[in-house]
Design a binder for this molecule. Structure first.
Ligand code: FES
Length: 152
């Protein structure tokens, strides 16, 4: 019998088994949330899974980004990769972070199975929601992403 191949790239597997910037427990999440500048929570209409993400902002840069999900391996790997992308080199500026697409994350992961693309959307939607929350809390409503269902 032929050996069954993994559907996931090595980099997806690596991030799934060793997720970066994840908050593993509710206690960890509560502690981080105390000092977070924004929080976003989104669900996938396709599978019903959920992603919650917190950010810290300094000088218009995302200096920290943590997350939790009840999503699948693809959602975990995607959120892990995206959190690294936004924290790289001292933090991505907000405008660049808002331009991150699911395709950018999938490319960094060297691909995801076609049926799993919706999972990669969860992380970047949660990031946008967290940024909207930050804009809202800091009186910058004009910077809010208009296509997201987030109101102050
Ligand atoms: S199947 Fe729900 S996040 Fe992947």
């Amino acid at each position: 019998m032929a050996e069954k191949k993994w559907f996931y790239t090595d980099i997806v597997k690596e991030h799934f088994f060793n997720p970066r910037n994840i908050l593993k427990t509710d206690k960890e999440a509560e502690e981080f949330a105390k000092h977070a500048d924004g929080v976003g929570e989104v669900g996938s209409p396709i599978c019903g899974d959920v992603m919650k993400l917190w950010i810290k902002i300094k000088d218009n840069k995302i200096v920290d980004c943590r997350w939790q999900t009840f999503g699948c391996a693809s959602a975990i790997a995607s959120a892990s990769m995206m959190s690294e992308m936004v924290k790289e080199n001292g933090g991505m500026n907000i405008e660049d972070a808002l331009n991150i697409t699911a395709q950018d994350i999938v490319k960094k992961l060297e691909g995801l199975p076609a049926r799993k693309i919706h999972c990669s959307v969860l992380g970047h939607k949660a990031l946008r929601a967290a940024l909207n929350d930050y804009f809202c809390k800091t009186g910058q409503k004009d910077r809010m992403v208009k296509d997201e269902k987030h109101t102050c």
